[in-house]
Design a protein around this ligand. Structure first.
Ligand code: F0G
Length: 451
């Protein structure tokens, strides 16, 4: 099979171009919208390039026992569905993907749902879902002979980009909003040798500056406007379908920031359905933080047809984004699948995160929007008790340890935010105690906090 069978199609005007003709900012020269990767060979039912569903399911399972690095990657294990490289042998991989799907029993019981799962993308090599997209897009940068790659980021993209660039021997440039990203993520960019610039602006401001830079210099842009990122990020959809033996869950709930991940997962499920790997799609719902909710507003005002940027504020810094690039693609994923777009408060996010932690599944604040959103969907009767739900947890809990410590110390939320939630919050708080160095004092502390 040929390794490179793709072309790019503009999401706005439908213009088709070859991958090598994309502009440095990945915007369409005709209408300014974003591109999507497409595989023309797949539309011919009897064409030689159309993947065979039965054979693929078998092959992908076999590869899980392989000792080849390409097969051990949860992205490239599915390489027949992302033929974007000149040669798969060039793939830069850290063995991303193949992340666990955990059952959430206590939370399910509390919500009156039988089947609740968390797909933990924080279990990727750099601790977030970004690795699945980065292996794909950074390999394209390498194949096209770039020496420098760059991204604007709320932290996780920069951590992933810096790691993959270092593996490939490329230089990386990171633009981050000063003081508004979690330390864990900043430390990773430094560790992996990126040139890290903290700009006195927000994420949206960083994107603007970087767009000008890539239009001037030969630097490969690795933000999620890069359509190859989404090809990698669609593969967790394949993993989820495989884990359910090629049925699909009823609901998939995803946090929304720049809105690429929900778009990518939607594309993954759509392509599986088109190729006959699964018979239907899950409802995809996107959850934003109340203070960074431009897509929620867009659905309320214009059914997702127009978006007005907002000035974003949330402690879930990963999704502190007011002008999301991929909003049209995410709106389509929600509409195509009959999902919803909701927002949740800072208090709801903090409580949901602590509840997930109490089930042994730590995650970033942004990831906890999914559980907070599910509670709302359940309360509104949009998720039935017999339905299967998968929450996509996007980042590892150690990315933002400050947030967790502040919650347990009781310093995260202000009085206004905790009002009406104190009992719930106190039941979840587990602050560290200063205890005398004697067995009796330790046992007293243990008994005092039991229950
Ligand atoms: N969860 C986490 C942990 C993230 O880091 C992000 C985005 C999202 C959710 C939202 O995903 O943007 O595809 O809707 N982080 C980006 C970054 C923006 O720069 O790391 P999205």
């Amino acid at each position: 099979m040929n390794d490179n069978l793709h072309q790019l199609r503009c999401f706005g005007c439908g213009e088709r171009i070859s991958g090598s003709d994309a502009r440095p900012d990945f915007r369409c020269a005709q209408c300014g919208d974003l591109f999507e990767v497409e595989y023309p060979g797949w539309s011919q039912r009897k064409g030689p390039d159309r993947p065979n569903p039965g054979a693929l399911k078998w092959l992908w399972r076999e590869r899980r026992c392989s000792s080849e690095s390409l097969d051990q990657s949860g992205v490239w294990r599915f390489r027949e569905l992302l033929p974007i490289l000149d040669s798969f042998g060039n793939a830069v991989t850290l063995r991303e993907g193949n992340t666990p799907l955990y059952r959430l029993t206590r939370t399910a019981k509390a919500l009156g749902i039988d089947q609740l799962f968390a797909k933990h993308q924080g279990m990727n090599p750099t601790g977030s879902f970004k690795d699945t997209g980065m292996t794909a897009a950074l390999t394209v940068a390498k194949e096209r002979g770039f020496e420098w790659v760059a991204c604007a980021s709320t932290g996780n993209t920069s951590a992933a980009m810096a790691a993959y660039a270092a593996r490939a021997g490329l230089r990386s440039l990171v633009l981050i909003p000063e003081g508004k990203i979690a330390w864990g993520k900043l430390s990773q960019a430094m560790d992996y040798g990126a040139v890290t610039c903290q700009l006195k602006t927000d994420f949206d401001g960083c994107v603007k500056v970087l767009t000008e830079i890539v239009n001037r210099e030969r630097i490969y842009l690795l933000n999620s406007v890069n359509p190859y990122r989404l090809e990698g990020q669609k593969t967790p959809a394949f993993e989820i379908a495989e884990a359910f033996d090629w049925t699909v869950p009823d609901h998939l709930i995803v946090p929304g920031g720049n809105l690429a991940n929900s778009s990518a997962l939607g594309k993954g499920f759509r392509e599986m359905r088109e190729l006959g790997l699964v018979s239907r799609m899950p409802r995809i719902s996107v959850i934003q933080a109340e203070g960074a909710n431009p897509l929620v507003r867009s659905f309320a005002k214009s059914q997702g047809t127009a978006l007005e940027p907002v000035e974003a504020h949330t402690r879930a810094t990963a999704i502190r984004i007011g002008n999301p690039a991929s909003w049209r693609k995410a709106a389509r994923a929600i509409q195509d699948t009959g999902g919803w777009c909701l927002d949740v408060t800072e208090t709801e996010i903090a409580i949901a995160k602590a509840e997930l932690g109490a089930e042994g599944l730590g995650c970033e604040p942004a990831s906890a929007t999914t559980l907070a959103g599910l509670k709302k969907l359940r309360a509104e009767g949009k998720v039935g008790s017999g339905e299967t739900v998968v929450l996509v947890l996007t980042g590892h809990t150690l990315k933002d340890a400050d947030y967790t410590i502040d919650f347990h110390r009781g310093t995260l939320l202000n009085e206004q935010e905790t009002a009406g939630h104190n009992t719930e919050i106190e039941a979840l708080r587990r602050n560290a105690m200063a205890v005398e160095a004697t067995p009796a004092a330790v046992l007293a502390a243990m008994k005092g906090s039991a229950g």
